[in-house]
Design a protein around this ligand. Structure first.
Ligand code: F6R
Length: 230
C-alpha cells in the first residue's frame, strides 16, 4: 500500500493538476489510508487534482453506502482536500452524457487520465470489464456476471441487494491512461496475476491487455506473486 501511495504521491508532486483514475474494492484501501496520512502530515496536496472513478453500480445513489461514490468519499475524499464534486459517474446514464466534463467519463474533456489505479478481479476483470468484453469498448453499462455478484455480495445484506448492472470505463479508456498502477494482494490472486502478465493477450482475461501498455506498474504482495518465478 505504501509503495502504491508513493507512486500516486509522485504523480501529484510531478503534476499537481493531474487526473487520477481511481478504483474501489479492497485492494486500494491501504493505499488511500496511506495517502490520507501523508496529506495530514502536509506532504500531499490534492487541491488541484481531478479524479474520475473507474466504475459505479447502476441505480445506487451517492448516499447509498454501497455506491462507489460513497466508497470514494469515505475512503479518501472526505479526508483530503480534493474537490468532492469532481467525480466520474452519475447513476443516470443520460446525465453521464450531458453533464459537464468533470462529472463525466469523457477523457477528451478532462485531458485524459494521467494515472489509473486498478485492482484485479479473480477472473482477470478490470473495472467491470468481465471476460469476453471487447477491448475497444469505452465507458458503458454492463450486466454483472454471476461470479462478480457472488464476490461482491459480501458488501450487501443479501445477494438480492447486489445491483445487476454497473457502469465501467471500457478497456479502451483504461489503455488510454498515461500510466497504470495495479495493486494486487493475496494468494487467491496468484494464478490470475501470472496469467495476466505471462499468458496470452485475450479478452477472456481482460487485464492481459495491460501487457501492451507502455507504462504499467504492478504493486503486489509476495502471496500474489508466489506463482511467478523471479
Ligand atoms: C473496483 C473495480 C474492481 C476491483 C476488483 C478487485 O473499482 O473496478 O475491478 O478492482 O474486483 O477487487 P478487490 O480489490 O476487492 O479484490
Amino acid at each position: 500500500s505504501r509503495k502504491a501511495a508513493n507512486i500516486i504521491s509522485a504523480q501529484i508532486i510531478m503534476k499537481p493538476n493531474c487526473v487520477l483514475g481511481l478504483a474501489t474494492g479492497s485492494s486500494p484501501v491501504g493505499t488511500y489510508k496511506t495517502a490520507i496520512e501523508w496529506y495530514k502530515k502536509g506532504d500531499l496536496d490534492f487541491s488541484q487534482v481531478t479524479s474520475v472513478n473507474l466504475d459505479e453500480y447502476k441505480g445506487l445513489s451517492p448516499e447509498n453506502d454501497q455506491s462507489y461514490r460513497y466508497f470514494m468519499n469515505t475512503n479518501l475524499f472526505d479526508h483530503v482536500n480534493i474537490d468532492k464534486h469532481v467525480l466520474s459517474f452519475r447513476t443516470d446514464w443520460k446525465q453521464i452524457l450531458t453533464k459537464p466534463a468533470v462529472n463525466t467519463m469523457d477523457h477528451s474533456q478532462t485531458g485524459g487520465v494521467d494515472l489509473q489505479l486498478l485492482g484485479l478481479g479473480h477472473n482477470g476483470h478490470i473495472g467491470f470489464n468481465e471476460p469476453g468484453a471487447a477491448f475497444e469498448k469505452e465507458t458503458h453499462c454492463v450486466d454483472l456476471t454471476e461470479s462478480t455478484i457472488e464476490a461482491n455480495k459480501r458488501f450487501f445484506e443479501s445477494e438480492d441487494d447486489v445491483p445487476r448492472q454497473a457502469y465501467t470505463m471500457g478497456i479502451k479508456n483504461i489503455m488510454q491512461a498515461k500510466k497504470i498502477l495495479v495493486v494486487v494482494s493475496g494468494e487467491d490472486k496468484a494464478d490470475i496475476l501470472k496469467e495476466v502478465l505471462y499468458g496470452p493477450i485475450t479478452p477472456e482475461v481482460p487485464a492481459s491487455i495491460l501487457q501492451l501498455h507502455n507504462d504499467v506498474t504492478i504493486v503486489a504482495d509476495e502471496a500474489a506473486l508466489s506463482k511467478i518465478d523471479m
